[in-house]
Design a protein around this ligand. Structure first.
Ligand code: ARG
Ligand code: ASP
Length: 712
């Protein structure tokens, strides 16, 4: 045991000296520091070709798509590619049993047929600058935290105001390295974005949630949109007079495919990582919180599955909900497995030993002295609150009825003094909410979910860590029965009637609804018992994490560290490569259409193959999209460090040309958000040749290909 421990320490110390291949999410404006390494790995372009503010560069083709994905512009007419699962919500909004675009796909055969997507925006980064000095001005390590925060807020406010006077762009200042550095981002947000096309789910979601996070993978995970602008190319809300957006740069597409060992990089918007946590936090997340959430979600999904299999209408209604809940469920399972299998907590502990030794090595490191000890203490204190929060979110508010009732909370507080205009606004927005809610609501599912979740809640959380209404329940089934029978929120007609005839005297009726009572009890518990304490503890933890980050940077001056993902544009790079997930098992780096035929099973929803795709396969009708080995390549893996938000990001080759769309990671390596291991962390991309093959040969939408710049 002791020997093993020494070995781990040695390996770890050694590996800290050299940058791990593939690890890192780099700030584009500082890419000149990575350029040499990137070129040594095979890149033939320059950092300036990727990010420049003096001339057009690849960054001009990259967007934040909606609030959670990445997209890229691939034509001079604003044509945009992202993942199918990123466009999913918008495709679903346009879908009904009669026009089932989820099942059948959708293709606009001309611009007039493109479908507007209200609420969808894309954001271009125009420029970024380091403003650390200005923002940290007037702060120091010894000052009280609230003073520091006030000073920083003041500095940010002032600088934003100054900069906004000089530009039409949206200005935002974001912390990097957990608040040790600050950068300002100048963004431009386009709000007229239209759906151009998407494959049927049998292609875009092939393998479904069964294959999600898993390699080998065969998902054609792409959809096509178009960005529109006003006549001057400026952002404008939807109008039929808008014209396709002309970008400063669009991506060229490579039809050459990939070879094992090829350099590749991903350019996009990774959302959140926590690579610099102390061991105690990693342990808490991987071994306590994640398993509880996984268990609760697993039970919800079992219920969804049962009903979805019985009724095609329910299958559509719960498709997006299932995908959302299922995604985290599976990922966090992988995180726990990965952290344990690769001894992540032990590795962190070993590093902490070295850190402590380093701290003791010089007097001016005094501020780090008690840091690790304090972390242990603070995370222990946080634990019951983390659990309470998880149950609130994953058990209480997961009940759709209760969640929906919560939207009426403000209306329930209306009095005769509330201005009529405010009431009218609330009522009209709630009507919209109700329409969306009931379109996808199936009461029997919600009843069963509610009974299951409330039982879990009562079983697992101590009475003093539960909302009051739960403590009043004697028989959960009887409670659920009366909740669903007595609440008006299960009945669309009643809700609409109520809204149509609303007056302040009726607010009482809302307050007395049992679903509203449950909601208020949950939220009240959160406000009074959880939020305050959690905020206080987290504020202290954030301070310690910022300090620990600084300590790690000071200690490892020979190593360039990258800032955790914070939903800003980053470049990450590695190699096209497969991996060995287990002893005796090796994964090749690509999959082909043969694999789709092998997985085919007409009886399993996730594995139904479109007849038209089969026909193309049988005739080997792949056109110029076939690999030189004669097969149709579908997906490939690479050792590029990615996370949620990178979905839809372009993966590019040594010349900066599009190879594919990133859409997932291999589940053995999902712990890469906490610890990156170059041996098993792999991102998964759909091969651009498969995307073009589907657009062209399968859908007959070759007019879209004609817009693109293709390099054979
Ligand atoms: N796991 C991928 C990501 O985190 C894809 C999720 C969508 N696909 C799905 N089958 N649910 O977003
Ligand atoms: N599938 C993820 C996304 O939607 C990507 C990942 O987590 O690897 O952003």
């Amino acid at each position: 045991m002791k020997h093993l421990h020494c070995l781990i320490t040695f390996v770890l110390m050694f590996s800290f000296g050299i940058a791990k291949a593939g690890e890192g999410m780099w700030i584009p404006m500082l890419l000149q520091y990575n350029e040499k390494e990137m070129q040594e790995m095979g890149m033939r372009i320059t950092a300036e070709d990727i990010y420049s503010i003096n001339r057009s560069s690849l960054k001009d083709a990259i967007v934040l798509f909606g609030g959670g994905c990445t997209g890229e512009i691939v034509s001079d007419y604003g044509l945009l590619l992202t993942n199918h699962h990123c466009g999913y919500g918008y495709i679903q909004k346009h879908s009904s049993v009669e026009h089932d675009y989820l099942t059948n796909g959708f293709w606009a055969m001309n611009r007039g047929e493109e479908l507007p997507c209200p609420g969808l925006s894309v954001t271009f980064l125009r420029e970024m600058r380091d403003v650390t000095e200005k923002i940290l001005h007037g702060t120091n390590v010894d000052m009280p935290e609230d003073e520091r925060k006030a000073k920083i807020d003041e500095n940010i406010k002032k600088l934003v105001a100054d900069l906004e006077k000089q530009t039409d762009y949206k200005v935002s200042i974001k912390p990097y390295f957990l608040g040790n550095e600050y950068y300002v981002l100048f963004n431009e947000v386009y709000t007229d974005v239209r759906l151009v096309g998407c494959p049927p789910s049998n292609i875009g979601k092939f393998g479904g949630d069964t294959d999600n996070w898993v390699w080998p993978r065969h998902t054609g995970d792409f959809s096509v949109f178009r960005v529109y602008a006003d006549k001057d190319g400026r952002p404008a809300d939807y109008s039929k007079d808008n014209v396709p957006y002309k970008p400063a740069k669009h991506l060229e597409i490579s039809l050459k495919g990939v070879e094992e060992g090829d350099f590749a990089f991903v350019f996009g918007y990774p959302a959140h990582t926590n690579e610099y946590l102390p061991a105690v936090a990693v342990d808490q997340e991987a071994n306590l919180i994640d398993p509880i959430v996984v268990d609760l979600r697993g039970k919800v999904l079992d219920i969804y599955n049962k009903y979805q299999e019985q009724d095609p209408k329910v299958r559509i209604q719960y498709a997006a909900k299932h995908a959302n809940i299922g995604n985290g469920w599976k990922k966090w399972m992988g995180v726990t497995e990965g952290i344990n299998h690769f001894h992540g907590v032990e590795k962190k502990r070993a590093f902490e030993k070295d850190f402590q030794k380093w701290v003791l090595g010089a007097r001016n490191r005094y501020m780090y002295l008690d840091l690790l000890k304090d972390f242990e203490q603070s995370y222990k204190e946080l634990e019951p609150y983390e659990l309470a929060y998880s149950y609130l979110a994953e058990a209480g508010l997961r009940i759709e009825l209760v969640n929906f009732a919560g939207r009426f909370a403000r209306l329930s507080e209306v009095t005769k003094d509330t201005p009529q205009a405010d009431i009218d606004k609330m009522v009209s927005s709630l009507k919209g909410n109700a329409a969306t809610f009931f379109k996808d609501y199936y009461e029997p599912i919600d009843r069963e979910v509610a009974a299951m979740l409330l039982k879990e809640y009562l079983k697992e959380q101590p009475a003093d860590f539960r909302p009051d209404f739960l403590n009043g329940i004697k028989d959960v089934d009887a409670y659920v029965d009366q909740l669903f029978t007595k609440s008006m929120f299960t009945d669309e007609a009643k809700v609409n009637d109520f809204l149509d005839n609303f007056k302040p005297s009726k607010a009482k009726k809302l307050q007395n609804d049992p679903a509203m009572k449950a909601y208020q009890s949950l939220i009240g518990f959160y406000r009074n018992e959880v939020n305050g304490k959690m905020t206080e503890l987290n504020a202290n933890i954030d301070r310690m994490r910022r300090l620990y980050m600084k300590g790690q940077m000071d200690m490892q001056t020979d190593k360039r560290l990258f800032p955790d993902a914070n939903f800003t544009l980053r470049v990450t790079y590695g190699k096209v490569e497969g991996f060995k997930p287990q002893d005796g098992k090796t994964y090749r780096h690509f999959t082909t259409l043969e694999g789709i035929m092998q997985k085919e099973n007409p009886d399993i929803y996730d594995y139904v193959v479109e007849p038209r795709l089969k026909q193309l396969y049988n005739n080997k009708d792949y056109g110029r999209y076939a690999d030189k080995d004669g097969t149709m390549h579908v997906a490939f893996t690479a050792s590029v460090h990615t996370t949620g938000g990178n979905s839809g990001s372009p993966i590019l080759n040594a010349d900066g040309r599009l190879l594919g769309l990133n859409f997932d990671r291999c589940w053995e390596g999902t712990m890469s958000d906490l610890i990156y291991d170059p041996d098993i962390c792999r991102n998964i991309s759909v091969d651009i040749r498969y995307v073009l093959f589907i657009i062209d040969k399968f859908a007959g939408a070759g007019h879209l290909i004609d817009e693109m710049s293709i390099v054979e």
